[in-house]
Design a protein. Structure first.
Ligand code: SF4
Length: 400
């Protein structure tokens, strides 16, 4: 992939798509024909020391890709050529990508393809890697992640040898990990491993300004590790019922952004983030995100301050994944961070189906203990002041 120069401003993009404003991004799909003819391309950034330039917007593949082939085609045209999936993503994510490459084999080389392994042992990992390759109709994956790493000890010498072997065999080009838990620690320690090429981590306007996260990102950049941000919406849309939210909404509207677009722009303002991985299960979200990606309007200091203030005012609504704090404060082995994430999928992303399927993978005996455990110590230590006990009970009601 080359760093094709962005030729179109966001406003021209909107004009080209026949839309007059953000509301019109909900336009019927047939109106996209005009956009398909435009030279609009998402800008690119270097991905660490890999030598690859990736689009700053990547397509999170946790949706029914098989039924959205036209949208994938359009994503290609707009330069969204970094696709992220995982062996465990449901709704035929990998198979949908395979269907696409079956029909458009010439596009395979244009895509920076990422998949992930839930297994932690070499035998399990090779089985999953081979299955992913078969499902996706390809003989290599550009970047292969160990999925959802919670502590750096998971990346041991055995995993390193495995990654080296698969690189030598040409099955993967680069290796790294994704992390939703204890991100700062995982990034800092990952930066010390010279065999890690890329990391995808939860990163958004709530987390990006902390000293710990800044230090962790700097360490990875210094080590030449490519960074992809995920969960950039920081827990869903603003509710627009406090002074901060109303002021923020007004300012963003003046700039022509929705709050979702402003949150993307906040992350892109850090040039060290190579790409944002965003779930874009339909054309409206894809277009809205592309519109934000091609815009050159910077958020002002005041905009950033407002986002920070909003993050502070709503901190008890957002779990930052620092599970080493809360889970070590209770006697029971309860995956608090995982349950918080499933609640977020359900409440903020509206993906109840996925949230329920993941929640119900928690062994039954642990789910039973969820409601009975005393979380008072954990609540006292939680930096976000989350009502952990209440949320665990609500998770049982909503997701069982
Ligand atoms: S519940 Fe609190 S302490 Fe636990 S992971 Fe979330 S933010 Fe961190």
């Amino acid at each position: 992939m080359t760093g094709e120069k962005n030729q179109w401003s966001r406003r021209r993009f909107l004009k080209a798509t026949g839309t007059a404003g953000l509301g019109a991004l909900m336009a019927p799909v047939n109106r996209l024909a005009t956009a398909a003819e435009t030279p609009t391309r998402v800008p690119t950034r270097p991905f660490g020391k890999t030598g690859v330039d990736v689009p700053i917007l990547s397509l999170g593949g946790m949706f029914n890709i098989a039924s959205n082939q036209l949208m994938m085609r359009q994503a290609m045209r707009w330069g969204v050529t970094y696709w992220d999936t995982a062996d465990c993503y449901q709704r035929g994510s990998e198979k949908g990508i395979g269907k696409f490459f079956d029909k458009y084999p010439q596009d395979r080389q244009k895509v920076f393809l990422v998949s992930k392994s839930d297994a932690r042992d070499p035998d399990g990992m090779i089985k999953l890697l081979n299955r992913s390759l078969k499902r996706m109709n390809t003989n290599y994956i550009d970047l292969y992640f160990l999925h959802s790493v919670k502590r750096i000890g998971e990346l041991d010498d055995e995993i390193k040898s495995w990654a080296d072997k698969q690189k030598a065999a040409g099955k993967i080009r680069f290796f790294g990990f994704s992390t939703h838990r204890n991100m700062e620690e995982c990034l800092l320690a990952g930066a010390k491993l010279d065999w890690i090429d890329g990391i995808m981590m939860t990163y958004n306007y709530r987390l990006m300004h902390t000293k710990g996260m800044k230090r962790a990102v700097d360490a990875c950049v210094k080590a030449g590790i490519g960074l992809t941000a995920m969960k950039t919406q920081g827990g869903g849309s603003v509710r627009t019922d406090t002074d901060t939210e109303i002021e923020m909404a007004g300012r963003f509207l003046e700039k022509g952004f929705t709050d979702a677009q402003a949150k993307l722009r906040a992350v892109w303002q850090n040039p060290n983030i190579a790409s944002i991985c965003s779930q874009m299960p339909n054309m409206s979200i894809l277009m809205s995100n592309i519109a934000a990606a091609v815009d050159k309007t910077e958020l002002s200091v005041r905009d950033t301050q407002l986002l920070k203030r909003y993050a502070q005012e709503t901190q008890s609504d957002y779990c930052t994944g620092c599970t080493n704090i809360c889970q070590s404060a209770i006697k029971e082995n309860i995956p608090i961070g995982d349950v918080m994430r499933y609640l977020m999928y359900c409440r903020s992303y509206g993906d109840r189906h996925y949230a329920m399927s993941e929640f119900n993978k928690i062994p039954e005996k642990i789910r039973i203990r969820l409601a009975k455990t005393d979380y008072s110590n954990a609540e006292q230590r939680c930096p976000q002041k989350m009502a952990i006990g209440r949320l665990m009970k609500e998770a049982i009601q909503e997701l069982s």
